[in-house]
Design a protein around this ligand. Structure first.
Ligand code: PAF
Length: 281
């Protein structure tokens, strides 16, 4: 059945109040649209964990670093609703900007520490934008659980921390990254890759797997990192912003995987910024 599309907070509140009065649990999947199998896996997880599911679609201007990036972000609302229809999602909430940032809006949610590194260091203000909109979507939806992909691993840590710090009555659930057959992590930004760039893109994940394998055999991270960056650049990437080994919980930099760790990378390919991460245990 096609999900109901709601565009105002009033409509959403009325419906959620009915669900809550009936004792039903609510899951929310925040997205910016251009839905792919990764998003659909989050909606499925929400369906398994909750009585009612809301998928939100809001392209959040506050988390983009340049107006061009915001303008170029894929907008595919009709297609998105069609993809959600077989999943039995209850509501697609597509708020206009005035529902999220009404006139005079002047609050920013900022998570210190975790946001100052990796993507945060390269995209000033990005995580403030994410934390602010996610806090709004949590309070607007009054969901009991929220589902996020591990693909945006730093975002998942930031959102988990903000929910805990602000005592928001919501459980943040992380779900595994979904990949194309050639290993490329699914992302709405993949739609922006040219056919040629799409062929080169999986090299990022390939090089990261090689690093993880080398670490498993006790090789030095520094040597593996240099080799991986050379491989990624040879594949046609213009720049590797970072390729770091970090503690999985605090994102603190590690020289070796002496505790649960994550290898995280961001790199530019033909004008598109791709990110990926894998567990190194
Ligand atoms: O991951 C995303 O698509 C966005 O950062 C999110 C969580 C929907 C906030 O705008």
């Amino acid at each position: 059945m096609s999900p109901v599309i709601l565009r105002t907070l009033d409509e959403l509140r009325t419906l959620v109040a009915e669900w809550k009065a009936a004792g039903q649990s609510v899951g929310v999947v925040p997205t910016m649209g251009a839905l792919h199998q990764g998003h659909l896996s989050l909606a499925r997880a929400a369906k398994e964990g909750c009585d009612r599911v809301i998928v939100t679609i809001f392209i959040n201007p506050k988390q983009f670093n340049s107006p061009e990036d915001y303008e170029n972000y894929p907008r595919t609302e009709e297609d998105d609703a069609r993809k959600l229809a077989p999943l039995d999602v209850d509501v697609v909430y597509v708020p206009g900007p005035e529902e999220i940032y009404p006139d005079g809006f002047s609050t920013t949610v900022s998570v210190a520490g975790l946001t100052e590194t990796l993507c945060g260091a390269h995209r000033p203000g990005h995580f403030d934008g994410v934390a602010t909109v996610v806090t709004k979507l949590f309070t607007q939806s009054q969901a009991d659980r929220a589902y996020f992909g591990e693909k945006d691993f730093q975002q998942l840590q930031v959102v988990t921390r903000l929910a805990r710090d602000l005592d928001l009555p919501i459980e943040v659930v992380g779900c595994p990254t979904i990949r194309e057959e050639d290993g490329l992590a699914m992302s709405s930004r993949n739609l922006l890759l040219s056919d040629r760039a799409r062929v080169w893109a999986p090299e990022l994940h390939g090089a990261m797997e090689e690093v993880a394998e080398g670490l498993g055999q006790g090789e030095s991270f520094e040597a593996l990192k240099a080799k991986a960056i050379a491989r990624i650049e040879r594949a046609g990437f213009a720049e590797v912003e970072y390729l770091d080994l970090r503690a999985a919980d605090t994102l603190e930099e590690l020289a070796a995987p002496d505790r649960p760790a994550r290898l995280l990378a961001a790199a530019w390919l033909a004008g598109v910024r791709l990110i990926d991460n894998i567990a190194v245990d």
